[in-house]
Design a protein around this ligand. Sequence first.
Ligand SMILES: [Fe+2]
Ligand SMILES: [Fe+2]
Length: 247
Amino acid sequence: MVSLYHISDIHVSSKYFQPELMEQLISEVNQVRPDLLVLSGDLTDRGLGFEYQEAKRWTDRFEVPMLVTPGNHDSRNVGYVHFEDLYGSRYRIVRLPGVHIVAADSSEPDLDEGRIGRSIYPWLHEALDAAGEGDLKVFVTHHHLLPVPGAGRERNILQDAGDLLKVLVDHGVELVLNGHKHVPWVWRFENMLIVNAGTATTSRLRGKGKPSYAVIDLDREAITVRHKYYDGSEDILHHPLERRTPA
Ligand SMILES: [Fe+2]
Ligand SMILES: [Fe+2]
């Protein structure tokens, strides 16, 4: 089994950032030691250099492997150059035993709207094709692919969400990890779970929402997603996977 922590929208330098939640999260992650921590964007508020330095000081304290992708806030003010300096490529492949993870930047400089973009699709096909036989496939990007309930007026859904969903379904991707809306949610779509992580460490919430993060266990039979809140409560979804017969 592979265990992931999926956190998003930490917005370290915004006035909504709650350092005590970050402290709690760091100590939990370092105690649980998941195989990978996925941070699906919006590390900063305006993509400024000093904000990235602050984000890096926090994220360096996680003592587990990390996969980080930028969000729309991180690409403001040409912030993606700091992202690349501190966190590496905005397009990544991570391999864990039996799990193949592909992450792509969906942000556009100085825009809140997101898209993967036509020029990236050849890479995406190749990256997903590189999965080993029988691997579970996971795709990570900041913007959401489907509308999220309780998130107010719909906006900023990936501009090429339809094309991307088709690619992910055609490649048999089982799990998609998004952020952006600050609302935790899970949709089942075909044989795929689409997980929206809430905001992990801010009070920038909608309605009576609470800061949260997702703990995800993956094996060949099922994916279990827990949206965890800092008061100890959690929402759990168990998703049995369809067994595919080999061609
Ligand atoms: Fe955000
Ligand atoms: Fe965002």
